[in-house]
Ligand binder design. Sequence first.
Ligand code: GDP
Ligand code: MG
Length: 597
Amino acid sequence: VPISNIRNFCIIAHIDHGKSTLADKLLQLTGTVHKREMKEQFLDNMDLERERGITIKLQAARMRYVLDGEPFCLNLIDTPGHVDFSYEVSRSLAACEGALLVVDASQGVEAQTLANVYLALENNLEIIPVLNKIDLPGAEPDRVCQEIEEIIGLDCSEAIRCSAKEGIGIAEILSAIIKKIPPPKDTARNPLRALIFDSYYDPYRGVIVYFRVIDGTIKKGDRIYFMASGTDHIADEIGVLSPNQLEVDELFAGEVGYLSASIKSVADARVGDTITHFGKQAESALPGYEEATPMVFCGLFPVDADQFPELRDALEKLQLNDAALKFEPETSSAMGFGFRCGFLGLLHMEIVQERLEREYDLTLITTAPSVVYRVHCANGEIVECSNPSSLPEPGKRRFIEEPFVKIEMLSPKEYIGPLMELGQERRGVFKEMNYITENRASIIYELPLAEMVGDFFDQLKSRSKGYASMEYSFVGYSESDLVKLDIQINGEPVEPLATIVHKDKAYAVGRALTQKLKELIPRQMFKVPIQACIGAKVIASESLSAIRKDVLAKCYGGDITRKKKLLRKQAEGKKRMKAIGRVEVPQEAFMAVLRLE
Ligand code: GDP
Ligand code: MG
């Protein structure tokens, strides 16, 4: 088709508002994917994603659609639905001219909707409002339209009402995409510039790069150059995504496709990088490229020390596919050999942990996540520290800075009080509050990232009965009065349990943590003291009395299957224990820091 008949778009939505369901329906109606070959939600094709119902990695699909006798080519670029991946979202938006803004008509605008809309506006996209789930009895499309107009300032007089589930309004959406979203600019004569919006590692073909040609043309066999990574390759194969890969010889400005070029790791083909021709380079790269900066770190240790080489292999393999994952070896007296790993955020961390266990069959102990502190030392040096156990001694440091984030919470007005309490408890500085509609408010706080790593999101949900949503963005580093809190079990310091806390919270945290550990650590044959200390000073202390643990004691009566079950449960529990001196400490203990009230 001519470039005037190409449309590149993405779908932005809050989680669960129906993005994947709608994408599936668009693929079906255009005959891109037929019903019988359709797995539930074609675009989310990683198992983990399907299970959790979230989109982690971007994918794209090309659709053919005939409107009034004229053929059109519609490229849908899917975006991940989580704030950890907002950079990836912004790059896929940059590959489009328009976006469908999907809002659940029974819910309304949520924090994530807003954040994505801002990203779309920054990229000058044409935004088409779509009210989904109108089949639900509780749907209030008129109210939600008004909300979108008030909050976002988007004209909703022509908003499309649809039910992705029932297949209502899908043709209207396709026709709006064609009529409202502008075609790409015809810049095929310019030097090549293509934007990488996704890449993944294929063990047989190397890295597969997904890109949008912004300027120029790219041909099979071209020698290409990646402007940010500074590497060059031969494009052995190029093609389009229909949504399965289909080889072509050439792609022009405005088109979306993939290439493979024997690239060894996704780190060499990073999202946001610009592809140009080697020797005939474009003058400047496309704007918006950023390096991935891990924000959250934790230690990963195999329960079975023999699995260390397997863990290293698995991390290396995952990294081929995940340029944001960082890791380096770490040795701890308590935990043995493992790795300190860096992640974009908590969800990213969970995904990596889960994949390591599921796909690589490893059993791991994870230490509580930590942020990166900046320690200003007495000798003038500034040391970045993501591991509480490697914090320079108090005498050697002048002060510590920690990362702060700005969070925006959207909530019905009745939960403003509880949410402000939450912000306050987490060392938040109140910034502003606005009523965005008569009944809903936006509350903005700045608070330390460390206070958000943990159960902040769960608390937000429980204190608002599930009605509030949130977004956060990094604002920068500032000084805080922080101390290192050590935990000793049976007189031995347990490095992986050490945390960095604000001085004013140290006593409360120490007390809560020792109590929690007392609950979590199984009783031993001897008495075990559990202490929290700052330096040499013990600030809280508990002790675990000696007992001989007999799980069968609870089983009066002769139910043999129940006994077996208990024994098996105990055996499973054992797998995730680490011996600290003579004491067996379960995985839950290492994460206890996270779930203190
Ligand atoms: P995503 O997180 O935005 O990708 O949302 P999904 O497409 O996974 O949808 C979330 C849930 O809403 C799923 O249980 C869908 O079946 C359901 N859903 C999606 N669209 C509709 C709709 O139009 N009507 C109804 N009743 N449910 C829908
Ligand atoms: Mg989805």
